[in-house]
Ligand binder design. Structure first.
Ligand code: ATP
Length: 393
């Protein structure tokens, strides 16, 4: 079991700040996923934990030991790359055994560990094949196998599924979740672009974003359980990033805030949200509502349908509000009869409305017990060069 702690970690490349003020605890056995917009430093952060990049400042600790100056091979971590990084001239068995041979592990022990890993990853029948005779998913399982045999304290995954097609991604995602359960004690840190991967695999999501206070670098927008970020985004950036399609944002003016209830005027119509905090009457705020929470078919607001996307199981309807220059409101509906040109009533349920102040910070939602915002609280808790480096991990 390993605890990873990042203390005031910073990274600059040739004087260009990439990451700043990174403070993070990854608990033993945790599945921690880094997400964020392209170029925000997810891979750089992972590579610093691996020891493949130096931190410009701050401390990286594994189990209480500062590892900044330790080489990758001394950190007891194993990394799985997007590119698989397998040796093409070696068999599956040899690829998995290579790192252990380098460590001068005894032959029977190597045999036992490779057999164990291949059983876990369903690679038993493929041990004599070369990588070119494997599918993308099988190659990635070999790359994971090479990590498992080393029995590391920490697994680091850098977008391991992004070279796979959609069906294989889903299957391999389920395999990785199973692996995490089976390996129980190992901590996993995982970089992805894919929100579904992040939401389904993570016990903790770390969302990175450009930070105006960090002079061009990125910092952590929010770290927490996936459902905490979904139900209680700390700010408008997190609210807009987590959830697909994105949350609708509606400019409004606060009128009153008392007894955990904010009233605001949006487009001249009163709206209510259950939130706590301080907002002055007359203050501009942004209301947020997810497409899946807009209730179409009843309510005080009316809008015209300008576009419909039918996905079979549900549809997305674009609602244009009269006399409003705002973007259409997106609503997720089950009703297949809704058509372009229809005028529909709709409600923004107070327990589902988020409120953001002008600086983007969210007011804490105060949903009655059993409301949807309470769910989070109830939840527990290659190139040969790359191959060479991967083998040393
Ligand atoms: N070796 C390097 N030298 C200079 N700049 C670098 C180097 N490696 C990364 N960068 C820059 O650091 C920033 C963060 O890169 P990084 O690959 O960590 O982002 P990312 O969030 O993983 O991106 P993506 O989602 O597109 O894979 C980018 O602007 C990138 O161009």
């Amino acid at each position: 079991m390993s605890r990873i702690q990042l203390r005031n970690v910073e990274k600059t490349f040739a004087d260009v700040p990439v990451l700043q003020n990174i403070n993070l605890d990854i608990d033993p056995g945790e599945f921690c996923v880094f997400i964020g917009p392209s170029g925000c430093g997810k891979s750089t952060l992972l590579r610093m934990i691996a020891g493949l990049e130096d931190a410009t400042d701050g401390d990286i600790e594994i189990d209480g030991v500062v590892v900044n100056d330790l080489p990758p091979s001394a950190r007891n971590v194993a990394m799985v790359f997007q590119s698989y990084a397998l040796y093409p001239h070696m068999t599956v068995y040899e690829n998995m055994a290579f790192g252990l041979q380098q460590q001068k592990c005894a032959k029977p022990e190597i045999e036992r560990r490779v057999q164990d890993a291949s059983r876990i990853l369903h690679l038993d029948g493929l041990l004599d094949r070369k990588p070119k005779a494997l599918s993308g998913g099988q190659r990635q399982r070999v790359a994971i196998g090479r990590a498992i045999v080393r029995k590391p304290k920490v697994f680091l995954f850098d977008e391991p599924l992004s070279n796979l097609d959609a069906a294989l991604r889903v299957a391999t995602r389920v395999e990785i979740a199973r692996l995490h359960r089976e390996l129980g004690s190992a901590s996993m840190v995982y970089v992805t672009h894919d929100q579904v991967e992040a939401m389904t695999l993570a016990s903790k999501i770390v969302l990175l974003r450009p930070d105006p206070a960090a002079h061009g670098g990125q910092s952590i927008a929010q770290a927490g359980h996936p459902l905490e970020l979904y139900h209680h985004p700390a700010n408008q950036f997190v609210a807009g990033f987590i959830g697909s399609p994105s949350m609708n944002f509606l400019p409004a003016i606060a009128t009153t805030l008392s007894d955990h209830t904010l009233e605001a005027l949006w487009n001249g119509s009163p709206c209510v949200a259950h939130v706590e905090g301080s907002v002055q009457p007359g203050e501009p705020v942004t209301l947020g509502i997810r497409p899946e929470h807009v209730r179409v078919g009843e309510g005080p607001h009316r809008a015209q349908v300008t576009h419909v996307e039918r996905l079979g199981e549900h549809s997305y309807v674009y609602l244009s509000v009269p006399q409003s220059s705002q973007l259409p409101l997106l609503a997720k509906v089950q009703d297949e009869r809704i058509a372009i040109g229809d005028t529909l009533p709709f409600t923004l349920p107070p327990e589902s409305v988020h409120v953001f102040r002008r600086d983007g910070q969210a007011l804490r939602r105060s949903v009655p017990a059993g409301g949807e915002a309470d769910v989070a609280q109830r939840s527990p808790q290659a190139a040969p060069e790359v191959a060479r480096r991967a083998a040393s991990l």
